[in-house]
Design a protein around this ligand. Sequence first.
Ligand SMILES: Cc1cc2nc3c(=O)[nH]c(=O)nc-3n(C[C@H](O)[C@H](O)[C@H](O)COP(=O)(O)O)c2cc1C
Ligand SMILES: CC(C)CC(=O)C(=O)O
Length: 414
Amino acid sequence: MAASPTAGVPVCIDDFEAIAKSTLPAATWGYYTSGANDEDTLRDNREAFRKYKLRPRILRDVSKVNTTTTILGKKARTPLCVAPCAMHELAHPDGEIGTSKGQPIYQKQPLFISTEDINGSIVNQPKMAVADLGSVMILSTYSTKALEKVIAANSNPDTHYWFQLYVYKERGISEKLVRRAEAAGFEALVLTVDAPVLGRRLLDARNRFNPPPYIRLENFIEGSATGDGTLDKSESETFGETFGNRGDAGLTWEEGIAWLRSITKLPIILKGVLTAEDTELAVKYGCAGVIVSNHGGRQLDGVLATIDALPEVVEAANGRIEVYMDGGVRKGTDIIKALALGARAVFIARPILYGLAYNGEAGAKLALKILQDELESGMALSGCRDINDINESLIHFPGHQPQPRRLGYYPSKL
Ligand SMILES: Cc1cc2nc3c(=O)[nH]c(=O)nc-3n(C[C@H](O)[C@H](O)[C@H](O)COP(=O)(O)O)c2cc1C
Ligand SMILES: CC(C)CC(=O)C(=O)O
């Protein structure tokens, strides 16, 4: 784990986390950072990356590194994407609009963070010699900026917006959200399937976490500038109660997924798939992709780390649908490992919240830029010029690779 920032300017995601911890109100920090129950899965998500060692190739021309790829058939300039997170405004008033405008930026002379950056100039003044780099941002149903406003704030055609959906017992609420997402230009629906009920988050319970009164879930405010939803959160309900009371824990493949497919032509991505069996069903029920996710360790504690679950899902999908992952991605080499194990794209959640907490839109941009720089430098150091050069041969699987050769294995004449 990296040390905390020395000069106060973050140079890696762990620095952002340390700053967020010391600046955010305790209950917000708790809500953002914590996981369910013993937090075993939360910890494992990060720790598991360490088991997979890299097998770099050398002496390949890596003077230019290209991270361009496609996601759901659309061009993206990087496989680094933004996962849905409720209530970005808890971190900073820029909220989801700051994150949206803070989509990854691409430096024409990439690879390393310059001394100038480290000294802080980019923090308040993102360089002008950069063009926005498009990838995917998934907006949470529980955003604090209305979905129309978030998508309208973007000016980069290479940035793709997907809308994350929970299905409510009152289906009309979900259907309205789908219609608005379609009308606003969202390109896919991400149905979160690992939260039929809310995970037991002990820190939130101890803190009696409830968003402060200034937080508005704008997608649900009737009569707001853009919102026409009907799920107003009453003042007396806790956040968890709102979620539990409205969400449909009875959702099934046969009825729920079929219902969603019947009301929209947008591609449907399932978020929260961890097994081959459910991947097979996702294919059967016409989903366009799955996100291998355990909700950042916030739902069922004790499930596999996502990087460990990924190979099983990739194998089951067998190229029929796209497989993405999230959970514990904090470094460029984490992204490389996930891509090498078959993920088409990688999503991050808490790093964005920590970036926003640091400095709003500019902070989110800086967090994304650091990860993008780390991805590019990691690719160069691994001998990968192109995203397609990243494959399984880069990974030393624990227990699967040829055993490390013992000293004396080679004939002495060599
Ligand atoms: C504060 C917070 C709020 C979240 N809100 C949502 C949400 O509204 N919908 C959703 O599908 N996932 C939500 N997630 C889960 C993330 O999308 C993602 O699966 C997970 O956090 C990824 O792990 P990471 O935080 O280690 O990057 C949330 C996660 C956090 C930390
Ligand atoms: C409870 C949800 C509204 C947000 C969420 O998914 C989360 O906090 O993990």
